[in-house]
Design a protein around this ligand. Structure first.
Ligand SMILES: [Zn+2]
Length: 227
């Protein structure tokens, strides 16, 4: 089972106290309603009783979904520049749960789990959407890099392109600010088979896969952060 507790946060508009359930670990295979809330954007979201403003507490927890073989160390958006340190924390946390000190059957289980790390709500939602769609995130990120290059409009500064939704026409992407998760610019639509299209494109850059893979952090930000 996951771990959570209700905490009070001051409303950004009027200062009134808002009670929000804050999680330190989530187990989506046992609490599917929390996965639903993540995808809907209501996880750790509170509303002020006095002025009706919304307040969302940034993620800082670990997520496990044993049914879908994924583990995620989720950090606040503003921690992104420190991703290397965060990755060390993730490795230790993951090892504690599934490493050599865990019971043997849990260690076995750990071998089938894909460990990941995300920053902010948009990246966490994207990772879980890809997991639900059974998409390889490494392949998806490289296709996304090509999608970005094919755009006529320049990318907004300090932003990452995130998968935010799916409709009959295809995938919906939004530019999201690195440090506060705010949407920037216009949305970008891509057909459902955009990954296959990008893979067959003569512009395909095989080195992107090489540069992204390894570790817990499979994210295009790596390409721009000097590592
Ligand atoms: Zn308020």
């Amino acid at each position: 089972m996951g771990i959570s507790q209700t905490e009070l946060f001051p409303c950004g508009e009027c200062g009134n106290q808002i009670a929000i359930e804050v999680h330190s670990s989530l187990n989506f295979s046992r609490q599917p309603e929390l996965l639903e809330a993540l995808l809907l954007g209501t996880l750790q979201l509170g509303q002020c009783e006095k002025c009706q403003s919304y307040l969302r507490v940034e993620p800082e927890f670990s997520v496990v979904d044993l049914k879908n073989n994924i583990w995620i160390g989720a950090f606040p958006a503003a921690s992104l520049p420190h991703w290397k340190n965060c990755e060390d924390v993730c490795k230790k946390t993951f090892d504690k749960s599934f490493g050599p000190t865990a019971p043997e059957e849990i260690q076995e289980m750990g071998k089938t789990i894909t460990p990941r790390m995300t920053f902010g709500w948009a990246a966490l939602k994207e990772k879980m959407m890809l997991n639900q769609l059974r998409f390889d995130d490494l392949v998806f990120e490289s296709a996304k890099a090509q999608l970005i290059e094919s755009q006529a409009a320049p990318a907004p500064e300090e932003a990452s392109l995130r998968l935010t939704g799916l409709d009959p026409q295809g995938f919906i992407f939004r530019w999201v600010h690195h440090l506060n998760d705010e949407y920037l610019g216009e949305k970008i639509q891509a057909p459902l088979n955009f990954v296959q299209i990008q893979q067959q494109s003569p512009l395909k850059k095989p080195d992107i896969n090489e540069r992204l893979k390894g570790g817990f952090f499979i994210d295009l930000y790596k390409l721009n952060s000097g590592h």
